[in-house]
Every structure is written in C-alpha cells, then in structure tokens.
Design a protein around this ligand. Structure first.
Ligand code: SF4
Ligand code: SF4
Length: 395
C-alpha cells in the first residue's frame, strides 16, 4: 500500500538532484541519450546527457532524429532500445568450467548486485516489463538473473506528451498514461515536471530529493555527484491546479496524436483460426527474416544457449544470447527445420504474440509500442497484417 502523496512540481534543473540521490544510494542510473543518430538507453550521470531539444520522427521502416523548437528533455517517443536489455541482457554467461590439474572445475554465476534506476520509462514499456515478469518470474521456473535485477529496480516513468505514427498503445490498453508499475512518474510541462509517487520506495527517494533540492534553493551546501553542487534552485512544492491542468493537457496531446489502431476484440482466436490465410504467403514474400522486429520488441524473450571454449581448450563458457523465431535454426528439431520458410516463421511470431501468448500467460504479447513497425527494414506493419487477415477470415 502506497502512502498517498499529492503530485509535486519541480523545475527541470532540479531533476539533477533526483539522479544524484539515486546514484548516492548505489543505483546505476540509465536514461535516454543521443547516440548514432537515435535515442538509446545508456548510463547517465547528468541531465546534460538527456536528449534535450530532440524528437524522433517514425513511420514504417523509417526513423529520424529532428530538432524541436523547445528544450524538452523527454519530447520523443521510443527508440530501438528497450529496457529489457537491463533485466534480460542480450548475452549472459550462465556457467563456466576451467581445466585444472585435478580435472574440470565448474564456476557458477555469482548473484548479480547491480542496482538499476531506469529514467524515462513509458507506459507501454511498463506494460512490457509486467509481461516479462510473467515469463521470467511467475512460472514454475524463475530466471535468477532477471529476479535479482528486477527486485532491485527503481523505475522513474515519464508520461508521453506526444506519439509517433507507429504507436498504438491505446488499442492494446497499455498507455499512453503511466498508471502502475513505477516508483515515481513524471509529466514534463514547459518549465518543469509534475511528479507522482507509485511505491513506498519512490516516496522515500522523493523525500530525500525534496530535502536536497530545498536545501539547495536556500543556498545550503548539498552532497552532489556532479558539477551542480550548491546550485541555487527554485523551491519544490505541491503542484498548483494550473500545473495539474497543464500536465493533463500535455498527456492528452499524446492521446490525440495516436492514429494507428489494432482491433483486438477477436484476438485471441482470429489468427489461429486462419493458419491457411493467403496473407501469410504474401507477408512471407516481403519479410527478410532479418530478426529486427524481435530484437527491438520489449516483450520477445527467446534465447539460445551455446557452449564456447577458448583456443587452448582450457576454459568453456555456457552463454545465453537473445535469439529469434525468425532464425531458421531456431526451429531445428529432430534433424530438420520445423518452420522452413519465412511465411511460417512470420506466422509463428504473430500467432504466438497475439494469440498463443494469451493461453500461456493470460495476456497479449504486444503492448503497441510500434518498434517492430519502425525498425522493420521493409516497413511491415503488424497492425496492417492483422487487419488483412481479418478480411476474408474464416469464422
Ligand atoms: S510486437 Fe511490435 S508493437 Fe508489439 S510490443 Fe513488440 S515491438 Fe512493440
Ligand atoms: S517482419 Fe521485418 S523486421 Fe521482422 S524479420 Fe521480417 S523483415 Fe525483419
């Protein structure tokens, strides 16, 4: 149960104190940064590393960074990275073995003590984390690395104030408003942020942050990890009705910009009842089986385990790496490929995500983030494929 706290308002420069408090508490703070002409997630120490004044333009097979005409820190949507890489890393060493004089010695992975604080998590991404929690934590077998990192995770959500042409979170009922699953949630308005509390841990951090920022505004020396020591800042206070109204308007702007839609009333059921629909062949001719859609998807969780030895044959590592149902070898079973053409692999991905996932996990595997549409090199759009299968579908 979270102790109710009224939303507070603070100025943009004061976000630095929140980063400082988290770093002081041993968190590695990860947030959006600009790198290689995209907004990607990376460890940050300072608000100067955030993509201030940048936005992203997205369409099927298209992503471009553009300058905004204001200095927004979170004035963009989602990029090619998702937060899953911090809880379910692309490559993990599960076990290693070393040859010794007395034979092979096995070394198991030691507990992971990394504490991540994620800054800028969107509503669809919170939903994706809840889905991956079900996959990695709720079944009969828990993933220990995921559990260790998830238990220590601190989440600062940021409500979307704009949407891309590829977003359809409203169809999947996952956004754009952050409703649950965060410690703190921010909404950016012109001069600052409205901050809501979502957990007791969030409230504790907020108390320390407010004290620190108030002392700074009074000119008292504060402990800070950055060059912003002793900055004189405006004070923090409960949000005014006008600030609450501005924040609501900003959030509604994102809702108004969402134009993409996926009809879900007949999902699950529609796809698995139409496994012979001609659209599968059609999409199979366009799809490159490149795996991009599964790599950028915040809910996809397939992996493979391989054993890699060094050249001296003295050390072997068992590695788990992200894999994809679009890789032909992923369905190699009993001496042959179970899904030996692209159409069958695309069908596997879509039917699992939107249909089979319901039976397995009680939820859709799609949160409507639109990444698979943007980052598909040939612009295949999951919402268009579902709509096409619905046309002329068997009952
Ligand atoms: S299937 Fe596409 S739109 Fe849905 S969650 Fe994955 S990347 Fe996002
Ligand atoms: S749907 Fe697009 S992104 Fe996915 S495997 Fe096919 S070509 Fe690649």
């Amino acid at each position: 149960m979270v102790t109710p706290v009224s939303p507070i308002y603070f100025a943009k420069s004061q976000l630095q104190f929140l980063i400082d408090v988290l770093r002081h508490r041993g968190y590695s703070v990860v947030g959006p940064t600009v790198d290689q002409e995209a907004i990607v997630y990376s460890e940050i120490q300072s608000i100067d590393q955030l993509p201030q004044g940048w936005t992203d333009e997205q369409a099927p097979g298209h992503y471009r960074l553009k300058k905004r005409d204001d200095e927004s820190l979170f004035g963009f949507v989602v990029g090619p990275h998702s937060w899953k890489k911090y809880l379910f890393p692309p490559k993990t060493t599960l076990l290693s073995a070393e040859r010794t004089e007395s034979g092979w010695q096995f070394i198991t992975r030691s507990a992971d003590t990394t504490k991540f604080a994620l800054l800028g998590v969107r509503a669809c991404e919170l939903a994706a984390m809840r889905i991956q929690d079900q996959v990695f934590l709720d079944g009969p077998y828990q993933d220990p690395l995921y559990r260790e990192r998830r238990e220590q995770l601190f989440v600062i959500a940021v409500n979307c104030t704009q949407a891309a042409s590829t977003c359809f979170c409203t169809s999947m009922k996952t956004g754009p408003r952050c409703e649950k699953g965060f410690d703190l949630a921010l909404t950016e308005i012109d001069s600052g942020f409205l901050c809501e509390v979502g957990s007791e841990r969030g409230r504790e951090v907020l108390d320390v942050f407010v004290n620190l920022a108030r002392r700074a505004s009074e000119g008292t020396s504060v402990v800070s990890n950055t060059d912003n020591d002793n900055v004189i800042s405006p004070s923090i206070d409960d949000a005014t009705p006008e600030q609450l109204r501005l924040a609501e308007n900003a959030r509604q702007q994102a809702v108004a910009q969402i134009t993409k839609h996926m009809e879900t009333s007949d999902l699950p059921g529609l796809l698995l009842s139409n496994l012979d629909h001609p659209r599968w062949k059609d999409v199979g001719e366009r799809c490159l089986s490149c795996t991009n859609c599964t790599m950028v998807c915040p809910t996809c969780f397939c992996s493979s385990v391989t054993e890699v030895r060094d050249l001296n044959m003295d050390r072997v590592e068992r590695e788990r790496t992200w894999d994809s149902c679009f890789n032909p070898d992923f369905s190699y079973l009993g001496g042959s490929l179970v899904r030996n053409d692209t159409a069958s692999r695309y069908r596997q991905w879509l039917t699992h995500k939107l249909d089979g996932w319901h039976a397995q996990f009680g939820t859709s595997g799609c949160v409507g983030c639109g990444r698979c549409i943007t980052w598909c090199p040939v612009g295949i759009d999951i919402t268009e494929e579902v709509a096409a299968i619905r046309e002329g579908a068997s009952p």
